[in-house]
Design a protein around this ligand. Structure first.
Ligand code: B12
Length: 225
């Protein structure tokens, strides 16, 4: 697909144009473009630019909301194609995923969930504004291997630590790996709060989850009988 089409995808997000965004996604699939190429080269760069414009006062909240709608319209087309790939694989592990309390940003978290599912993980998405106790109770219910916590605001990052504390309180911390992400989150922050890993984007989150599953497998075989 020519770069022009990726530029059009990017622009559809900046313009907050859901119909254009989903139409371009359909065209991309028909042309044999992988959903990931469309996401990484077209739509996500659009969202990044929206964030920059908002930060510089060149875009306002309603514009950012329209851009989010356009992104979701594109994802509605791309997600089923991505998920189909995962349904054809053996289960790689169970992940409980959500955006932390006080935070309603969901696009990045959902993308992480979609890619994990596309790579064979069983993903339970708790949605947004999720309290730590809910992460813990669901992790127990599903015997989760991994809990993934997203935060997009500097004010809600600290609630990622709250999730770890809730898992500790529930006596689950040693059984569950915790991964964190979101635009303001860093590797250093992950270490500071005692998470097991950080990933900067959805593809790295898949690699991280696989690595942690391997570690879990090793500690299981090394554990005394
Ligand atoms: C879209 C958007 C919104 C939408 C969200 C819609 C939705 N349904 O999700 C709306 C309009 C609702 C919104 C609201 C607000 N927003 Co806003 N928003 C954004 C924006 C432009 C894009 C976020 C996004 O979707 N990016 C695209 C995705 C693909 O990227 P991502 O989220 O970073 O996710 C990737 C990685 O971070 C990682 N990842 C994400 N989660 C996880 C989880 C795990 C476990 C792992 C491993 C990895 C991982 O992988 C993802 C995929 O590659 C950002 C700008 C930015 N640069 O982030 C601002 C931004 C986050 N928002 C901001 C603000 C200030 C707000 C508001 C407070 C505005 C207001 N005055 O009301 C409210 C907050 C409401 C709340 N309580 O949560 C600020 C935050 C500033 C700060 N320092 O805290 C930002 C940075 C904009 C800015 N530059 O000022 N927002």
């Amino acid at each position: 697909m020519p770069d022009d089409n990726f530029a059009a995808m990017r622009q559809s997000i900046i313009d907050g144009a859901p119909d254009t965004a989903s139409g371009l996604a359909q065209q991309a699939i028909a042309a044999g473009i992988t959903p990931l190429e469309a996401i990484n080269n077209g739509y996500v760069p659009g969202m990044q630019e929206v964030g920059e414009k908002f930060a510089h006062g060149q875009m306002f909240l309603p514009d950012m909301m329209a851009s989010a709608e356009a992104m979701q319209a594109a994802m509605t087309v791309l997600e089923p194609v991505l998920k189909k790939q995962g349904a054809e694989r053996p289960t790689a592990g169970t992940v409980v995923l959500g955006t932390t309390k006080g935070d309603i940003h969901e696009i990045g978290k959902t993308l992480v969930g979609t890619l994990l599912a596309a790579h064979g993980f069983r993903v339970h998405d708790l949605g947004v504004d999720v309290p730590g106790e809910k992460f813990a109770s669901t992790a127990r219910e599903l015997s989760a291997d991994i809990v993934g916590v997203s935060a997009l605001l500097t004010t809600t990052m600290r609630n990622q630590k709250g999730v770890i504390e809730a898992l500790e309180k529930a006596g689950l911390r040693s059984q569950v790996k915790v991964i964190v992400g979101g635009a303001p989150v860093s590797r250093r922050w992950a270490e500071e709060i005692g998470a097991d890993g950080y990933a900067k984007d959805a593809m790295s989150a898949v690699a991280l989850a696989r690595e942690l599953m391997e570690q879990k497998g090793q500690s299981r075989t090394q554990a005394p009988a």
